[in-house]
Design a protein around this ligand. Structure first.
Ligand SMILES: C[S@@+](CC[C@H](N)C(=O)[O-])C[C@H]1O[C@@H](n2cnc3c(N)ncnc32)[C@H](O)[C@@H]1O
Length: 199
């Protein structure tokens, strides 16, 4: 895979180390981590290099992004070739994972993508399995930070189906699908890491 396939996202380069630090204590030591919406692949390449005892399955909807993922991960034997995965699909191309990770999709996709993500994770995770979501969220009864409010307005202008989600709504969907309540870790730039366990 040539380096020319590599896409880069400044945000991924900024947040990959803080996400790794916050995620590390929650991950199993061995097993398969499925990443939904891998984007450029800079996250999974960073995590795969830092945590070589885990196997990583990156995915994305777009072929250009999957080629970028494969290019960033080309030297890492514990990262599988990226595959196409639509979170809303009733059947996912991976039947089992020990953890499911999704960074910055929930607010930049229609709500059905979050519903599909949670349903799919519930199908493939064992009891105790981890669903980890990273991104900005709203909280019921709390005003958004000015930066998040501006981001939310921009997203909704670009696509009325996008926008920051209420943490309480994501927790309700997850609870209905068989997950426990979220562990919430505050992250830089008013983001959160949400950690759910399959019951
Ligand atoms: C803002 S990008 C985030 C990419 C990467 N995780 C990051 O943080 O740099 C949003 C991603 O959501 C993906 N996406 C949107 N709808 C999706 C769906 N229904 N199933 C899977 N991925 C989806 C897009 O393909 C895109 O890669």
């Amino acid at each position: 895979m040539s380096d020319s396939a590599r896409l880069s996202a400044p945000s991924a380069l900024r947040n990959r180390e803080p996400i790794l630090d916050a995620l590390r204590p929650h991950l199993p030591t061995t097993g398969l981590v499925l990443e939904v919406a891998s984007g450029t692949g800079e996250h999974v390449a960073h995590f795969g290099a830092a945590l070589p005892s885990l196997d990583w399955q990156p995915t994305d909807l777009g072929s250009e992004r999957r080629a970028s993922v494969d290019s960033w991960a080309s030297d890492l034997p514990n990262i599988r070739p990226a595959i196409e995965l639509d979170a809303t699909a009733p059947n996912w191309p991976v039947g089992h994972a020990d953890a499911v990770l999704c960074i910055n999709m929930v607010h930049i996709a229609p709500w059905v993508a979050t519903q599909g993500l949670v349903a799919g994770a519930a199908r493939i995770l064992p009891p105790g399995g981890l669903l980890a979501l990273y991104g900005p969220y709203r909280r019921a009864g709390q005003a958004m930070e000015p930066g998040n409010a501006a981001f939310d307005a921009d997203l909704r202008q670009r696509n009325p189906g996008w926008g920051l989600r209420l943490l309480e709504d994501v927790a309700a969907v997850s609870s209905a699908a068989g997950f426990g309540p979220p562990g919430v870790t505050p992250m830089p730039s008013n983001n959160l890491l949400l950690v759910f366990r399959r019951l």
